[in-house]
Design a protein. Structure first.
Length: 141
């Protein structure tokens, strides 16, 4: 049996956020590799060599990097920039961050279902395989 890598790519690439419909693309491998090489969790040095988490930096990082995953058709980059700057009917901060993490996971071939936090429930994470048929409709909103 021949393994068909093309069949493993997500076909349903549309997602909706803030009332806008977008389509994601797989970034070129170099851009994806740089993304994974870079620190995916923004932090600011607090002077002691340790890093401190920042919600603002976390959100800005997501908003800055999401466009690399957007199919540019239909002015997607411009529409996303407008969406991110919207004060009326604003998109919640956490949705930008979750969308970015989801895009990284889906396009990077990573599991899209994270293990449960030890502080919630019984602490058991999921070990079930994740389907490659990922729907963005509920995970991105």
């Amino acid at each position: 049996m021949i393994r068909n890598w093309d069949e493993e790519l997500v076909e349903d690439r549309e997602f909706r956020i803030g009332g806008e419909l977008f389509e994601f693309v797989y970034p070129h491998w170099e851009a994806g590799a740089k993304l994974f090489d870079a620190d995916l969790t923004p932090a600011e040095a607090n002077g002691s060599g340790e890093q401190q988490f920042s919600f603002e930096a976390d959100t800005r990082l997501a908003i800055e990097r999401i466009p690399m995953f957007l199919n540019p058709k239909n002015d997607a980059h411009k529409r996303f920039k407008t969406l991110a700057g919207r004060k009326t009917d604003a998109v919640p901060r956490y949705q930008f961050v979750q969308l970015y993490r989801w895009l990284v996971q889906v396009t990077g071939g990573l599991p899209t279902t994270p293990p449960s936090s030890p502080l919630s429930g019984d602490g058991a994470g999921t070990t079930e395989p994740v389907s490659s048929d990922v729907s963005s409709s509920t995970e991105a909103t």
